[in-house]
Write a protein that binds this ligand. Structure first.
Ligand code: ATP
Length: 550
């Protein structure tokens, strides 16, 4: 492999204090200078294949390997470096130069490379070298910056900091003088001592690097956008100050919840549907040290039983037919560093309850189809509108899980037990909805107010919100009159047909609300869904479930 010609050239390279490597068209190493070391620390040997990533990266261009590149630069002009080129014929690099010219030629080319600006500073941040392209870019005379503090003419540069800390700043995409550039800043060390720093700015980079810089820039912009969005979403989340109430027992509950928020206790939030359980869960998360982490909510009653486990635990590649090729993380994993809120926990199948208990005890999960457990760090909050104790007695809920999640129970009262909240919440929802829909604010007549106060609100605050939404569409004027309210409100203190179990009463209230909304929207399903603040498909599902005519 090592012909006399290439052997001579590698010797020359060693003489130049450059690591040089040669390879043929197929990417096989034909010769390497003695001290050519891959970034992984292995010596390059003739006869071996070039690592794939180098072939890919370099594709015939000059490349300076960041890790080993520019190992030391002392004063002006003397550099030790590692150069690499994939060449067709060695002569393309070394041919035109005579023996002594190799050193000069290569060093000259690197220092005067019009595509890269080099700057070095000493420990005090004073310039020890500026390549011509940098001088030109900074508007300096030849040699004009030498010996001056770099900060005096390039205030944005971090090089002086690197010369002090010795911590490299590799491959940053930065905006300098209105242009996006790729920079690499490395400390210069003598033994263990940091004696300065050297920085590289890529000017007219290769197409690959330009594309890379653009991709990184686009990704950075995306990340910025998502971070803003996340912050907005966080801002939209409820905290304790956003839970409105005039009711004393509710205020006491909020105080209790505030106190337990920043603990690791599992809070079990009990209460009828629509009383604000999810609101409390969000506020507990926001009041904890995990607030910067994710808040992941899952409604156990909304998922078919056979999907619950894959949603909670995730699955590995090829775990079952139809699974996404790459696998998918489950909610336990997604909630890492944050809070997992299991809504309607009473609906969890017994088998999943056993698995949940194990996760809570071991803090580890196994994705479906995987045998390597993953550690998970989340705080559990749970909610239910069922009486879990009676579910334990009937064998529908595991007692050990019940005791495990019942560390701090909070029971939210139904709206009918805190009627003093009705005027406050009605006004709040009217303001919120009219503002959002750009409609005039409504007032409520005394008669209508009295009817709202009398009503039993089986759907609790959610029902009140839905009604206020309907009213903003239904009342053409500025006042909600008694006759605008659904029939259920005109019957003294009762709902039409409101007898039977809570579930039956809820269904009957839901049916009445949908019917009124449909009537107001003159049968227009899309408008009805909008009025009710739900998606059209959700409206169809509800109508089917409630046995309503489509
Ligand atoms: N005190 C309150 N202040 C403001 N809004 C409230 C309050 N209580 C409830 N809401 C609103 O009522 C609606 C229902 O609340 P939430 O979803 O938290 O109830 P839930 O008890 O979790 O219901 P479900 O059991 O059906 O999941 C939400 O739109 C919520 O914003």
């Amino acid at each position: 492999m090592d012909t006399p010609a290439t052997a001579a050239k590698t010797r020359k390279a060693e003489y130049c204090r450059c690591g040089v490597i040669f390879c043929d068209e197929a990417g096989r190493i034909t010769a390497a200078s003695k001290d050519y070391i891959w970034p992984a620390g292995m010596k390059a040997k003739a006869g071996e294949d070039l690592p794939a990533e180098l072939l890919l990266l370099h594709a015939g261009e000059w490349v300076f390997l960041e890790k080993d590149w520019f190992v030391q630069a002392e004063g002006k002009g003397r550099v030790e470096m590692l150069l690499f080129r994939r060449i067709r014929a060695a002569d393309q690099v070394l041919g035109p130069y005579g023996d002594s010219a190799i050193n000069e030629g290569m060093v000259h080319m690197v220092l005067n490379n019009p595509y890269e600006g080099l700057t070095s500073v000493d420990r005090e941040g004073k310039v020890t070298f500026l390549s011509p392209v940098n001088e030109k870019w900074l508007g300096l005379e030849e040699g004009g910056g030498m010996g001056l503090p770099l900060s005096s003419f390039a205030p944005g540069s971090r090089l002086a900091e690197i010369a002090l800390t010795g911590v490299s700043d590799t491959t940053q995409v930065v905006d300098i003088q209105g242009q996006t550039k790729v920079t690499v800043n490395l400390p210069i060390k003598k033994g263990q001592k940091v004696i300065g720093a050297v920085g590289r700015i890529l000017f007219k980079s290769t197409d690959q690097i330009d594309k890379l810089a653009n991709r990184i820039r686009t990704m950075e912009l995306k990340v910025e956008r998502y971070e803003t969005l996340l912050d907005e979403m966080r801002g939209n989340r409820y905290n304790f100050d956003k839970i409105l109430t005039n009711n004393k027992p509710m205020r006491a509950l909020i105080d209790q919840a505030r106190r337990v928020a920043d603990s690791s206790a599992t809070v079990l939030i009990l209460g009828e549907s629509g009383t604000g359980k999810e609101l409390f869960a969000q506020a507990l998360h926001e009041g904890s040290a995990r607030r910067r982490g994710p808040f992941v909510a899952i409604n156990c009653s909304a998922l078919p039983h056979d999907l619950i486990e894959s949603e909670l635990f995730g699955y590995d590649e090829g775990a079952f037919s139809g699974a996404k090729r790459k696998g998918k993380p489950g909610k336990f994993e997604l909630a890492c560093g944050g809070t997992l809120f299991l809504d309607e926990i009473g609906e969890l199948p017994l088998e999943s309850q056993a698995k949940l208990l194990r996760v809570l005890e071991e803090r580890k999960i196994d994705r479906l189809g995987s045998t390597s457990p993953i550690s998970v760090d989340f705080r559990l909050l749970a909610a239910t509108n069922r009486n879990l104790e009676s579910s334990v007695n009937t064998g529908k809920f595991r007692s050990d899980l019940f005791y495990r999640i019942n560390e701090f129970p909070i029971e939210l009262p139904p709206l009918r037990s805190r009627r003093d909240d009705i005027p406050l919440l009605s006004k709040h929802f009217l303001e919120e909805i009219t503002h959002k829909e750009k409609l005039p604010m409504l007032t409520i007549s005394e008669e209508a107010k009295a009817a709202l106060m009398r009503y039993d609100w089986p759907g609790n605050v959610r029902e009140l919100r839905g009604l206020m939404r309907q009213m903003t569409w239904k009342t053409q004027g500025h006042t909600i009159e008694l006759h605008h309210l659904p029939a259920a409100f005109t019957e003294e203190g009762t709902i039409i047909g409101a007898s039977g179990s809570l579930e039956e009463q809820l269904a009957s209230a839901e049916r009445a609300i949908i019917e009124t909304a449909l009537e107001t929207a003159q049968g227009n399903r899309a408008l009805t869904a909008r009025m009710l603040g739900i998606h059209r498909t959700a409206l169809y599902k509800k109508m089917t479930r409630l046995g309503m005519e489509m």
